[in-house]
Design a protein around this ligand. Structure first.
Ligand code: EPZ
Length: 418
């Protein structure tokens, strides 16, 4: 196991080039088995979730090679429609492989993806939508078995704009007989990226980014060479790191409209924000004012994947803040770790009341999930004294070379074996 040792109080200066978006890359891996032709996904970050998706494709019989930061998928020889439970447990979001497997093979068998560290994370919206597309589904012994003839286009209404369910529907409907109209779709930029990827393969998908997505089934899909969008959550994480530490940092690769309300909230904290095309520059004196209220919402609202980082920021600011997590039931597991640093947080159900301490002190911290782990790193960077953050396996799932990017900005952080 490895840990970070972090010396707090250093201001951050310089620039960060964010990687391709984890939550764009993962569905593109799933989409790559829709065709027998070669698929190249460019600029894939060195994150463990991407390695896990590559392993899943190999289990299906596809040939997956990493060439620098590019991934080449040749799935002509893919023959299996089953994903081993060890992999679906490790990567919950592999559930959107159902759509790809059904389109490719007409059947799919996956272990029920377990509840995760941030909530129950059911998949009822996925399964109900697949049934409307003509898929028969049975669940037995912790496995889901899906079978269909040719998928038939349908009118689908999602009760909640689930990102994964939207992606699953696109993957299942892209070669369906007839047209599928999806209402209540998720609007995240990663959905638009999947639409663009599929259309580059010869699909006919339109409307992504809005409430209604239209998928006209096509007969064949070809190969593609594609560079995904950059990671807005990684960008937001480093912007908040600079806000907390003070300094001046430019984050490159993500546009202001893709990062949603975060910039408005950082201005509320007292930071100066300048944006130009895909560059966002932040200036902070490190003495922040708490946000009155932060409510996580589906895009374009405040991203739930930045909730933990924003809570950490408010813990070290002045005043008080109410954080409301509307997407996941238990996305506050990192709070006891912040309390070790002197944070004053009271969690009640989906809300957390933060009373800003002005400055936290260093402590020994343990990460329990991806974004909670990132929040602990941010809190440690702004704290007085030295902290350590253990169990970096969570952070490694979604942040490539976090220590390298932070050190380049002047942070005192090193990664050591425990
Ligand atoms: C995606 O997860 C992201 N993961 C998550 O990022 C992100 O937090 C989430 O979308 C919301 O933006 C990937 O893209 C790989 P959802 P997903 O389906 O698809 C409920 C990170 O840190 N729901 O939009 O699983 C669900 O329980 C990760 O990068 C159902 O009730 O999210 C949750 O409360 C964490 N039934 C809410 O919807 C369903 O069938 C949002 O889930 C599906 C979801």
């Amino acid at each position: 196991m490895e840990k970070y040792i972090i010396g707090g109080g250093k201001r951050l200066y310089g620039s960060v080039d964010v990687a391709s978006a984890k939550n764009a890359v993962l569905p593109l891996f799933a989409a790559s088995v829709l065709t027998e032709k070669r698929v190249t996904i460019r600029g894939v970050p060195a994150i463990s979730d991407a390695l896990c998706m590559a392993q899943i494709l190999r289990e299906l019989g596809a040939d997956v090679r990493f060439r620098g930061e590019d991934v080449i998928v040749d799935s002509a020889n893919a023959h299996s429609h089953e994903i081993p439970p060890s992999l679906t447990r490790e990567l919950r979001s592999s559930v959107f492989m159902l759509g790809s497997l059904l389109t490719r093979f007409g059947c799919a068998r996956i272990a029920y993806p377990g509840g995760c560290d941030i909530g129950l994370r059911p998949i009822d919206l996925h399964l109900n939508a697949l049934k409307q597309l003509g898929v028969s589904i049975s669940e037995q012994g912790g496995y889901i078995f899906c079978r269909c003839g040719r998928i038939r286009g349908a009118e689908i209404l999602l009760d909640f704009p689930s990102v994964g369910a939207t992606e699953n529907i696109l993957l299942a409907a892209v070669k369906a007989e007839g047209t599928t109209v999806l209402q209540g779709a998720a609007k995240e930029p990663e959905i638009v990226d999947l639409q663009n990827f599929l259309n580059a393969m010869g699909a006919r998908v339109s409307g992504a980014g809005g409430d209604v997505i239209r998928i006209e089934g096509v007969k064949q899909l070809g190969g593609v060479n594609y560079r995904p969008i950059k990671d807005r959550i990684e960008a937001g994480t480093y912007l908040m790191a600079c806000a907390i530490c003070g300094g001046e940092t430019e984050v490159r690769g993500v546009s202001a409209e893709n990062i949603g309300l975060l910039l408005h909230k950082l201005r509320e904290n007292g930071c100066k924000i300048h944006t130009k095309n895909d560059k966002i520059r932040i200036e902070s004196d490190g003495r922040l004012v708490c946000n009155r209220r932060i409510e996580t919402m589906p895009f374009p609202g405040f991203p739930t994947d930045l909730q933990a980082q924003a809570t950490a920021l408010n813990c070290g600011a002045h005043g008080s803040a109410l954080i409301v997590e509307n997407l996941f039931e238990t996305r506050y597991k990192y709070v006891p770790e912040l309390q070790k640093m002197g944070a004053d947080i009271e969690v009640k159900g989906r809300s957390a009341l933060v009373r800003g301490a002005g400055r936290l002190h260093g402590a020994s911290l343990v990460a329990g999930d991806l974004r909670g782990g990132a929040a602990l790193v941010l809190a440690a960077l702004g704290a007085e004294g030295v902290s350590e953050v253990l169990d970096l396996s969570y952070i490694d799932r979604g942040y490539a070379d976090m220590q390298g990017k932070l050190r380049k900005l002047g942070a005192e952080i090193k990664r050591v074996r425990v």
